[in-house]
Design a protein around this ligand. Structure first.
Ligand code: ADP
Length: 486
């Protein structure tokens, strides 16, 4: 089948620039564009959250859906500012709430999440099969637990439908609900088995995605291996090992047009590897704006992250005296666990001029911080891929990362041998402990002092291809192999 005739439907609950809580949105916003450049006809189906309906352009109603799990709904086609072709399921009773797509204002999961995302998955399966429009999919690419039921609903429709790929962006979020919802979710009892969607006497949307899809992918080769173990398999290690014949680890890329220090409108001064003075100007601007001492010689570390246990940021909070004591500065942009938020806020008050913290989510500021900092801390306990280290390298900001998952796959440690060979793009440490973290900080201070070595590592990082060009070809081949299977 020629590449141009491949019709791919992405089903996902997030998509940059319309709705984003994390890396899932970046992937769903960028991979379809790279696939389309390769000739595929890719559409992205999104729930009609208020932000999605507001941000989408050229909306056109395609169909009325009288009863989507008890709610009236409409299907729209639309476009994003970035050129994505979209479908939107507009069901105000299900998706019409403002704010976080999964949680209420107090941070609790919304009570009807099982129905909301089952309905979304149902609509995806119907759309892909041609029930709503003439357009049908050759492959449905479903993302994370919110779209986990798509492969199950398609399987229930019988053979001959579209092929299915299911991507696990983070195994920690599984979409597990009480078995009493089986009927409401239109799942026949026959599927409620250990080999099916049953998970410790409950229903797991993520498990449904794994079991009923034709191929499962995760976002880095190392994470694909790690999730097959008891330690990092989060209760699904055995299943993933048994299913590893269809499991692929494909590294994420980033949108190198959006993350481009030579054109980025969010920066104080644009720059490139040939004119790094601009990076220094961003550092100065950030230091001024957030009350840090304006000092080019002080290594400026940053954090841009969800503040959670996964991300290991308790280590950063604990290491602040060590960082500041050695002349470093820290800029934190993040939100999440209350304990971590207040730890960084307190540190900013205690170490004025040395530590600044912005608690919240700010896309533009994330770009400026990437441009301004000398290094980014990502000491994750596990990391499916991680995108901030890719953005950082493109901006000449050295990632200081734990040796796990996608961090281990994307950052080349600038150890002695690497320095001698002139390779290396950042620093890795292991294990994820306070002692090992302080040691890697010391390694960074040493590297930062050696201007020649430091700028060589910066240049290596900026030269690295972190785009979707390579990974999108791998996905394209996977789709083609599935389509040509029977
Ligand atoms: P995860 O998806 O686990 O949160 P990733 O590194 O894969 O982590 O992706 C995180 C994405 O969210 C990146 O694009 C990063 O820049 C962005 N991000 C995280 N926290 C913030 C924040 N507080 N403000 C702005 N952007 C953020």
């Amino acid at each position: 089948m020629p590449a141009s005739s491949k019709r791919i439907l992405f089903a996902a609950s997030e998509c940059y620039p319309l709705i984003k809580t994390g890396g899932l949105a970046d992937v769903v916003g960028a991979l379809p564009l790279a696939l389309a450049e390769g000739g595929a006809d890719v559409r992205v189906l999104l729930p009609g959250f208020p932000a999605v309906l507001k941000g989408a352009k050229a909306k056109k109603k395609l169909a009325d859906i009288d009863d989507l799990f008890g709610s009236p709904a409409r299907l729209y086609s639309a476009k994003s500012d970035t050129g994505l072709k979209l479908f939107i399921v507009d069901a105000p009773e299900l998706f019409g709430v403002e704010g976080n797509p999964y949680q209420d204002a107090s941070g609790k999961d919304r009570k009807d999440n099982h129905i909301r995302f089952a309905a979304f998955s149902w609509a995806a399966a119907e759309l892909a099969s041609g029930s709503y429009t003439k357009w049908q999919a050759d492959v449905v690419h479903a993302h994370d637990w919110q779209a986990g039921l798509v492969p199950a609903y398609l399987r229930l429709k019988g053979k001959g439908g579209p092929k299915t790929v299911f991507t696990i962006h983070n195994l920690a979020f599984q979409g597990v609900f009480a078995k009493s919802f089986l009927n409401a979710l239109r799942i026949p009892r026959a599927l409620y088995t250990k080999d099916g969607i049953e998970y410790w006497d409950k229903i797991s949307f993520l498990k449904a995605g794994i079991v009923y899809s034709d191929a499962v992918t995760t976002v880095s080769p190392s994470y694909a291996g790690e999730i097959q173990t008891e330690e990092l398999g989060m209760g699904l290690g055995g299943l993933l090992k048994a299913q590893n014949f269809k499991l692929h680890g494909i590294l994420n890329g980033i949108d190198t047009d959006i993350w481009n220090p030579q054109t980025d409108p969010a920066l104080h001064t644009v720059y490139g590897s040939g004119k790094m003075a601009g990076k220094k100007a961003n550092k100065k601007a950030l230091q001024k704006r957030f009350g840090l001492d304006v000092d080019a010689s002080a290594p400026l570390f940053c954090v841009i992250s969800r503040l959670t246990e996964q991300k290991g940021l308790d280590l950063v909070a604990a290491a602040i005296p060590h960082i500041v004591g050695n002349g470093g500065q820290l800029m934190v942009l993040g939100s999440g666990d209350n304990g971590l938020e207040s730890a960084f806020e307190v540190a900013a008050k205690t170490y004025q001029g040395k530590v600044a913290a912005v608690i919240g989510y700010d896309e533009l500021l994330a770009h400026l911080v990437q441009a301004a900092a000398d290094a980014i801390f990502i000491p994750s306990r596990f990391e499916p891929c991680g995108l901030t280290q890719l953005c950082a390298m493109r901006y000449g900001t050295l990632p200081v990362v734990s040796s796990v998952g996608g961090l281990a796959d994307t950052v080349i440690d600038a150890n002695e041998a690497a320095l001698q060979m002139g390779t290396g793009t950042g620093l890795q440490f292991s294990p994820v402990s306070f002692e090992a973290f302080c040691l890697v900080i010391d390694r960074f201070f040493k590297l930062f002092k050696n201007k020649q070595q430091f700028s060589k590592i910066q240049r290596n990082a900026m030269k690295l291809d972190v785009s979707w060009a390579g990974p999108s070809k791998t996905y394209g081949t996977l789709y083609e192999n599935l389509i040509s299977e029977d």
